[in-house]
Design a binder for this molecule. Structure first.
Ligand SMILES: [Zn+2]
Length: 291
């Protein structure tokens, strides 16, 4: 559980990449920016970890030294609602990501559960429950004890991953926690996150279904997003106010409800907007103290 609201980027910012430093140097870089969370992107991985164990361990050790909260974004090539071969291959890809997460000492592997294809919603959901349960069992037998699975709210109506479905997966499968991508909920549901009440309704639903601890310790993704009737189209920076959702609504709720979320910035300017979100939350907390 995070001890305070934490902020960081989804992947390495371009300015860090230009330095051509080893991956393990990133936690120090982040702390110099005043950030304290990082989501490593394993989004193109197949059946085997695509990083060396010693690199993962070094990243993990340095993250610990510099007090950076690590998570991994798992492969995009996961579909627990596909045919039998696809489901089996998807399990192996998620296990590969969980293996590297374990090397790093990361808390969570985030992933998108799948696509409905021609399946009915209930059937697709049952397949996800079964496959995720199998992955948790395999992780246990491989000795991966601490890493949790984080099914994420998805950005397109063709993908399984409504808020209700994600909460159901977390109710039914052990070692899981919900990943709330606010932009995805906004895009998938035609602009649902327009108002403070939209945010409040989501937090109430999470608390009702999974309890206060789950709400207090949420793992979140945030960016402004452009969408069509097919869902998510493009991410936008926080200053592009013509696109929703507005982080201010979440910052207010974090202060009001005393939440300690991990907020991963998926803005095109990853770490810059992570700092901006951090400052907005700090301002809200400061305002609350002065009351
Ligand atoms: Zn994602």
């Amino acid at each position: 559980m995070a001890d305070r609201p934490r902020f960081g980027p989804a992947g390495f910012p371009s300015a860090f990449k230009e330095l051509k430093l080893p991956v393990g140097e990133f936690p120090r870089y982040l702390r110099d920016e005043g950030l304290d969370a990082f989501e490593y992107q394993a989004v193109r991985w197949g059946a085997k970890p695509q990083m060396k164990r010693e690199v993962a361990e070094k990243l993990g050790a340095n993250a610990k030294d510099h007090d950076v909260w690590l998570t991994v974004h798992g492969s995009y090539f996961i579909n627990f609602c596909g045919n039998v071969e696809t489901i089996e291959a998807s399990k192996n890809r998620l296990i590969a990501c969980a293996t590297a997460a374990d090397w790093m000492g990361a808390h969570l592997v985030v992933f998108h559960p799948g696509f409905y294809g021609k399946r009915r919603q209930e059937e697709a959901l049952e397949l996800c429950v079964k496959a995720m349960g199998d992955v948790v069992k395999s992780m246990r037998s491989l000795g991966i004890a601490k890493v949790r699975l984080g099914p994420e709210t998805t950005g397109k109506p063709s993908q399984l991953g409504s808020l209700d479905e994600i909460l159901t997966l977390c109710e039914r499968v052990n070692s899981t926690e919900p990943v709330i991508d606010w932009a995805h909920i906004h895009a998938r549901e035609g602009g649902r996150m327009k108002t403070a009440n939209g945010f409040r309704a989501v937090t109430e639903e999470i608390e009702k279904r999974l309890g206060s601890d789950a709400l207090r310790n949420l793992h979140c993704h945030f960016t402004r997003v452009e969408f069509t009737e097919k869902g998510e189209k493009r991410h936008h920076i926080l200053d592009e106010v013509e696109y929703g959702p507005d982080f201010h609504h979440l910052a207010t709720l974090i202060a009001e409800l005393d939440l300690k979320p991990v907020i991963i910035s998926e803005s095109p300017i990853l770490d810059v907007d992570a700092q901006k979100m951090r400052d907005m939350v700090l301002r809200e907390l400061e305002g609350k103290r002065r009351l």
